[in-house]
Design a protein around this ligand. Structure first.
Ligand code: NAD
Length: 499
């Protein structure tokens, strides 16, 4: 059995705890490797090593740090196919999706090339007589990034890139489901010129995470994952005096107004609802047609599109729409929720509960499902299913549709499909959700904007990537300096002779 490693001081380093977690190929259901789970002692050692490496890196000028990012972009492009294949093999997503995962991470690394510009301070000349005031942005020191399984390249890169660009050392704790790409990326960073020890990868579970959260050396914690864990990490990191940003789950609503282009709305819902098997924090999992007639037309447009979706392993090529979900437990949980939806009275319009793929009977495949007449009290509405399941909640009016999205506990993303500019503008202005699409189903902001939800989708105040990330990973120091005037009469400086 292939044994994976940590990445410590620039090298793939075997674990010593004796504890392992299985890494599956979700398409076949087979264990493909064993991942070491770091002990508290191993984690503490890595933290100490990172602290040693950080000093020189933090003192490196930002332009040199930007050049490492530039080299990293070249290396990721060189290895794109290899990285995508490794990603699909552990995650299950299709190869085009895996490349998208890498590409959206790469764009943040490109953004980080601009570190010198982003870290420029501010200066006030003559704030008082002989007094100047300036502020500079300095690294936090050693920071930790604890990441989810669903974007094993993009999520780590969104955090590791800006953290390094700001001069920090970073300890990444990837998901135990798909750790290979993060390890490969760490190796590429060293090839790109990053000094050894500045970027460490520790694989593990709660034991490693709690060690990071309790360490006095770690100054900042970034977390992305499910809401209960986000809340836990945020409170423990804050209680220990750390800066923290923790991004949680989602239940994204797409509102379809009566005047929407129905083909466009249905295409958008199918892509955003079922792409990557629904395992995206920006997946649309709730469609809200406004009015019975709109709802009937929407269901008529959705059903044939969903029935045409091809589910399969990434090795079947580009015509596969989505692959398996990540684990057997995830599959069972999703099917359990679907059954609950039926029991609680929702109409299962597309039912693939008996879906099985010939030759891949042990794989974690779940076929696409469409529910109609879902109501807000049902479990399938309240819970983030994180699978290929789209729920339709019929709303009687625009205000009712808006109220549904506003009252849901999650606030990551949302969208409205309409031809009415006034309605779209009203929606964007009033909705209490962090990322909004207007006739765009997955409104993921680009690298130079910031990404983050509201309500229970985010704990903390600074978002991922864009200018917020440079603020999160650096801190401000403000210097006030006064040089008493030495100007003599006649404009000559009164230099004292040096003895
Ligand atoms: P998860 O919460 O199970 O795991 C995330 C990380 O936390 C992993 O590294 C895991 O090892 C660690 N972890 C899990 N349990 C822990 C515990 N008890 N103590 C300490 N650490 C623990 O999430 P996941 O299943 O990997 O990812 C899917 C979730 O991530 C979904 O809810 C999705 O919406 C969310 N997500 C959110 C965003 C966002 O930006 N808001 C982006 C991507 C994914």
């Amino acid at each position: 059995m292939h044994e994976l490693t940590h990445f410590i001081d620039g090298k793939m380093t075997p674990g010593t705890s004796g504890r392992f977690s299985d890494v599956f190929n979700p398409a076949t259901g087979e264990v493909q490797s064993k991942l070491p789970m770091a002990s508290a002692d191993e984690t503490t050692n890595v933290i100490n090593r990172a602290a040693e490496a950080q000093g020189n890196w933090g003192a490196t000028n930002p332009q040199k740090r930007g050049r490492v990012m530039m080299a990293m972009v070249g290396l990721m492009n060189r290895d794109m196919d290899k990285l995508a294949e490794a990603l699909s093999r552990e995650h299950g997503k299709t190869l085009p999706d895996a490349k998208g995962d890498l590409q959206r991470g790469l764009e943040v690394i490109e953004y980080c090339i601009g570190a010198p510009q982003m870290l420029k301070g501010e200066f006030t000349d003559s704030a008082g007589p002989g007094i100047d005031m300036y502020s500079m942005r300095q690294p936090l020191g050693v920071v930790a990034a604890i990441m989810p399984f669903n974007f094993p390249a993009m999520m780590p890169l969104w955090h590791v890139g800006p953290a390094l660009a700001c001069g920090n050392a970073v300890i990444l704790k990837p998901s135990e489901r798909d750790p290979s790409v993060p390890l490969m990326l760490a190796e590429l960073f060293v090839e790109a010129g990053l000094p050894e020890g500045v970027f460490q990868v520790v694989n593990g579970d709660k034991e490693a995470v709690d060690t990071l959260l309790d360490s006095e050396i770690i100054q900042g914690v970034s977390f992305v994952g499910s809401t209960p864990i986000a809340q836990y990490i945020y409170s423990r990191a804050c209680a220990n005096g750390k800066r923290a940003q923790c991004f949680g789950g989602a239940k994204n609503h797409l509102i379809v107004m009566p005047d929407a282009d129905m083909d466009q709305a249905a295409d958008a819902l199918v892509g955003a609802g079922f792409g990557a098997a629904g395992e995206r924090c920006m997946a649309v999992s709730v469609a809200v047609p406004v009015g019975e007639e709109t709802a009937d037309r929407l269901i008529d447009a959705l059903v044939p599109r969903i029935e045409k979706l091809k589910v399969g392993p990434y090795t079947d090529g580009d015509d596969v729409d989505f692959g398996p979900v990540v684990t057997r437990e995830a599959k069972e949980r999703i099917l359990g929720l679907i059954n609950k939806g039926v029991e609680q009275g929702a109409e299962l319009v597309v039912d693939n509960r008996d879906f099985s793929l010939q030759g891949y009977e042990n794989g974690f495949f779940v076929g696409p499902h469409l529910f109609d007449r879902v109501t807000p009290d049902m479990d399938i509405y309240r819970t983030e299913i994180f699978g290929p399941v789209l729920s339709t909640v019929r709303a009687g009016s625009y205000e009712e549709a808006l109220g549904l999205a506003m009252n849901h506990e999650y606030g990551n993303g949302t969208a409205i499909f309409t031809r009415d500019g006034d309605a779209a503008r009203d929606f964007a202005s009033r909705i209490n959700i962090g990322m909004v699409g207007i006739n765009v189903p997955i409104p993921v902001p680009l690298a130079y904007h910031t990404f983050g939800g509201w309500k229970k989708s985010m704990f903390g105040d600074l978002n991922q990537h864009g200018p917020d990330s440079f603020k999160f990973y650096s801190r401000t120091k403000t210097v006030t300096s006064r040089w008493p005037s030495g100007i003599k009469e006649g404009g000559e400086f009164n230099f004292k002779a040096m003895d």
